[in-house]
Design a protein around this ligand. Structure first.
Ligand code: ASP
Length: 318
């Protein structure tokens, strides 16, 4: 029997600590705890890592505090185009959607695609049509919009005019959610869902739905979900790079993940982070920004969640 564990990130674009009230930070942590417990319940009952990461990401997509599903970023036209992917480390099966607009929980549509074991990545209207055909909940795009993202778009547009986008905080620019888990049979899975970058070009697709870039899982090696400037994650095949360092280079997970964030991605001058899990042990969550929403339940059942340097102990999982 393998040690079960689950970890998540809620984006490397955490706002500076003083930009939200303690009550708002606490709410984000509570939502991360709820997301972790949704996955943990499945793992505890002997369920699969794949089911656990999907359940975990659904809770984060439904929370307004993270850039995925409800609360997703807006593109340059003020519209939502959502990306998501899920991968099963046991079978190498994967499902992903890019630029979808009406699926309440894009991660569930990605899961349905994975189950079909044929097409891996569906784009735009075809993705929406697939989800509708599968009977998944469809929503008016306005469902995804929150006041914070409308403000972030306005501020980034003003910065674009003033030529000061580079000075925008990571929180203003982006975010994503993701989860990794290991089940009692030792299977690994990863899932990622995002609204992408605020003010992104219409039709732009990030790394989250690109297998190997923002999302990757391989049994016995690693499960990885990334967050940060997707273009660089794609160019450096970042999630798979973590796995390659372990499989080919014999690195342990903490060193592999840290190396990819700090030695591979940081030199490109981007904000980046990830949640990653190996064949044994607890999840690791390196990042190079001011903060990254993240949380995990250790193999001993201890729940932790946080956004900046300190992690808050949130009790024991049942
Ligand atoms: N990786 C996401 C993207 O490029 C954004 C993020 O994680 O902040 O779409």
């Amino acid at each position: 029997m393998a040690d079960i564990t689950i970890g998540l990130h809620g984006g490397a674009g955490a706002l500076p600590r003083d930009q939200l009230s303690e009550a708002e930070w606490a709410q984000a942590r509570a939502d991360m705890k709820a997301a972790l417990l949704a996955g943990w319940k499945i793992l505890r009952a002997g369920g699969t890592a794949l089911d656990a990461v999907e359940a975990c990401v659904i809770v984060l997509e439904d929370s307004p505090h993270f850039n995925a599903g409800h609360g997703a970023a807006l593109n340059a036209d003020g519209e939502h185009e959502l990306d998501a992917a899920i991968m099963d480390g046991a079978t190498f099966r994967a499902g992903a959607l890019a630029g979808v607009r009406r699926i309440r929980n894009p991660i569930s549509a990605a899961r349905r695609l994975l189950e079909q074991d044929d097409t891996v990545l569906l784009g735009g209207a075809a993705g929406d049509a697939f989800a509708a055909g599968e009977g998944l909940a469809m929503v008016d795009p306005a469902y995804f919009t929150t006041e914070r993202r409308v403000k972030a778009l306005a501020s980034l547009k003003a910065r674009a005019l003033a030529g000061t986008v580079a000075q925008a905080s990571e929180g203003e620019k982006h975010g994503t959610v993701g989860a990794v888990a290991r089940d009692s049979r030792g299977n690994l899975a990863a899932a990622t869902s995002t609204g992408g970058f605020n003010n992104k070009p219409v039709g732009r697709i990030g790394d989250s739905p690109i297998i190997g870039a923002g999302t990757y899982a391989e049994n016995g090696i690693a499960a990885v979900s990334g967050t940060g400037r997707g273009e660089v994650f794609i160019r450096r095949v970042a999630a798979h790079e973590v796995a390659a360092r372990i499989r080919l280079g014999g690195a342990e997970i903490g060193k592999a993940a840290h190396g990819v964030i700090h030695d591979v991605l940081s030199p490109h001058g981007i904000g980046a982070g990830m949640i990653a899990l190996g064949a044994a042990g607890d999840p690791v969550a390196p990042y190079n920004t001011l903060g990254m929403h993240r949380g995990w339940i250790t193999t001993a059942g201890a729940i932790f969640a946080g956004s900046h340097e300190d992690m808050v102990a949130m009790g024991l999982a049942p």
